[in-house]
Design a protein around this ligand. Structure first.
Ligand SMILES: [Zn+2]
Length: 300
């Protein structure tokens, strides 16, 4: 077995772009510090809405080529973040974007939402047993905002974390591994409210006419739920560049800490990323490092 970096982080996301928007600064920071950062993306995001007019032909109701295009966007984003290990669950195109909740695509053959949970989780078990992360970042049970692929990504991540540790489960997928700490992506309500107040004041200086609202931000919870904050300020330019690489999905102007999705509503771009520890022991009451408190975990 080749020697692994001391700190190993795994992130599970639903679509290309979710990782950069939610965790771009965290990923860039740990990658720069020499940690092993592994991203597993569950679908190609085939059902996304396309922002640039010149790429509108890729849309699912036209050429249906958004998936392959977004593989390239994700690769470009990972280059910006310095992350070399990014994979699609079960391989590219194994599970398809399910569209918004209630859409007919939810039930389509191969849609991630209608996939058997344990079958999907087994693909992730193989990754966990290979990369042996101490820390997993996933969505909350609502997937942050109720998108079926995000809910399913949560279920698959949590189920795979259980199964990977089970000695009797699928020994052909590698040696059992227990993930020490599991975090959910979160944003503290007062921080979001403050950032939207700031945004209202600078909106005229952005290319956007209207701002989103607090409820448009996934994973917002009362501040007391937050157990960790990763200060990504030194990496915010990389995060912005990674988000910009997802050009079909995200509009990130060169200046200012704002962005918009396909609805064109301005949102604050967070340079500090927040988490709730849901499994494992916290290293301190309010962690600044997701590896805090882990025995025998070295910097490199
Ligand atoms: Zn998504």
């Amino acid at each position: 077995m080749t020697e692994m970096p001391g700190r190993r982080l795994l992130l599970v996301h639903a679509h290309p772009d979710d990782e950069s928007i939610n965790n771009g600064a965290t990923m860039a920071k740990y990658a720069a510090e020499g940690a092993q950062v592994t991203l597993v993306t569950c679908t190609l995001g085939e059902e996304g809405e396309v922002i640039p007019d010149e790429l509108a032909h890729l849309a699912p109701d036209r050429e249906d080529l958004l998936g392959p295009h977004r593989i390239g966007e994700l690769a470009a984003a990972m280059k910006e973040l310095g992350v070399t290990d990014h994979r699609f669950l079960g391989g590219p195109g194994r599970f398809r974007d399910s569209g918004m909740m209630g859409a007919p695509q939810n039930e389509r053959e191969g849609a991630f939402w209608s996939t058997d949970l344990d079958e999907a989780a087994a693909h992730l078990v193989a990754v966990i047993r290979e990369t042996r992360p101490q820390v997993l970042i996933a969505y909350d049970p609502d997937g942050g905002y109720g998108h079926p692929d995000h809910i399913q990504a949560h279920r698959v991540a949590m189920r795979a974390a259980d199964l990977a540790a089970e000695t009797a489960f699928r020994r052909d997928l590698g040696e059992p591994h227990t993930i020490a700490k599991v975090y959910w992506n979160r944003v503290p309500r007062t921080v979001v409210e403050e950032r939207f107040r700031w945004l209202a004041g600078v909106l005229d200086a952005t290319p956007f006419d209207v701002a989103a609202v607090v409820d448009d931000v996934p994973g917002v919870v009362d501040d007391e739920r937050i157990t960790a904050a990763v200060d990504g300020r030194p990496y915010v330019e990389r995060k912005a560049a990674a988000m910009r690489a997802h050009a079909t999905q995200v509009d990130v102007p060169e200046a200012g800490a704002v962005f918009a999705l396909s609805n064109g509503l301005a949102q604050p771009l967070f340079d500090i990323e927040y988490y709730e520890l849901v499994r494992g022991e916290p290293g301190s009451p309010y962690e600044k490092d997701l590896f805090e408190g882990l025995e025998g975990v070295t910097e490199r």
